[in-house]
Design a protein around this ligand. Sequence first.
Ligand SMILES: Cc1ncc(COP(=O)(O)O)c(C=O)c1O
Length: 452
Amino acid sequence: MRDAKARQRKKCGAVSRRAFLRQSVRFSTGAAALATTSALSEGRASAGTSGRIDPGYFASQFYDDAEIAGLRDVVESGSPFRFWGPRAPQKVKTFEDEFAKYIGAQYALAVTSGTAALDCAVAGLGIGPGDEVIVPAYTWWSDYTCVVHAGALPVFADIDRSLCLDPADFERRITPRTRAVIAVHLLGGPCDMDAILRIARERKIAVIEDAAQAVGGTYRGKKLGSLGDVGIYSFQLNKMISSGEGGALVTHDPVIYERAVRFHNMGSFSRVFADRTGQSRVEMFAGENFRMNEFTGAVLLAQLAKLDRIKADLRRVFLAVLDGVKDLPNIRFRNQPDPEGDLGYALYLEMDGRAGRDRCIAGLRERGVPASTLSGSVLLPTEPSVVNKQTRHPNWPSFASSEGRAIRYGRETCRQTLDIFDRFVQIRMGPKYSDEDVARIIQAIREVFPQA
Ligand SMILES: Cc1ncc(COP(=O)(O)O)c(C=O)c1O
């Protein structure tokens, strides 16, 4: 019996005491850095030696006196509105300047959410009725709604083993009406931007980068969002930095910027923006109110200063787990178009199918590891409201054209995406995982994966 157990342990590659210690020593630099966090953010995540390991919400685990000081400034100034007040408001403007510098973009615009940023990006590109926009079949609702709200037609393309847009399927879905593609850097990992940009440039299609789930990620050394025509970010609670809600748009193009600014502020182009672009180039048109307030700007300024630390802590955990399991026979991970630029939001194991995926998830969860199917997005073409092309008015332009009437959504239109969704196991990483957490995750994967 004992021999059988030993054989089983060997087969599963259970972590030896020596390997465990090696792992712990390597990881202890990270643990020391984590130990220096303020009292405010202590004890919000991870589980120690037993219980369920919990990645928590990254951004708010790093809240400390800096966010409080920023909020106090706004209260004391009595100026929570970004454009005027008793004392000259500076938070949102300064955040825009610093965010543009951080991303390496010419211009940044702060808005109320990632969804609002996408609406501004689509308005910035002048997309409307009669246009088609290619959207990944697995992503968040906002990539679909921004197209529909503009009266344009969403055309889905499959994802591939990068869990992001499949460039080959993107190319297949292009028609003479395609105006833009939304390259979503999903789950902390960059898209294959070389291929996407090459196809888009050849076919004269605009590239919107959605880096809502990958704020601070990179591709070949450049920050995500700075490679295409316009990039967007979200600062909602589940994101890398957070003010609860919030978003931003970046671009190098003054016309896209002015259109996006006008859309976000009732059609007007205030002095602060004109100072950045030097002059106005666009006529006024009907816009929305997606302005960020100074409280949000204050929190985001404090958070932006911590983004590199959050990234470094998260990647250190991710790389330690990867290192502890990459020798397992037949192990396959998510394809990473640029491994250096991936934030390490989670480790993704590729199984042979749904049954193996579910066995693996169950085994990991039994051991307290935060494992699940892919999360945080929606298989959009399978959603009833999408299949039935439901809009807020029956004559909505998106689906009133002959192409809009003819297009079909549903499971048969995204088979590759469904197959990939069924094969991947997600194991969440957390920037505040302890060395014990890391060792437990490694041990659990080594026990469960070979048998799943
Ligand atoms: C890929 C993606 N795009 C856009 C958004 C929208 O961001 P927000 O929730 O800030 O509106 C999200 C939000 O989760 C997202 O995951």
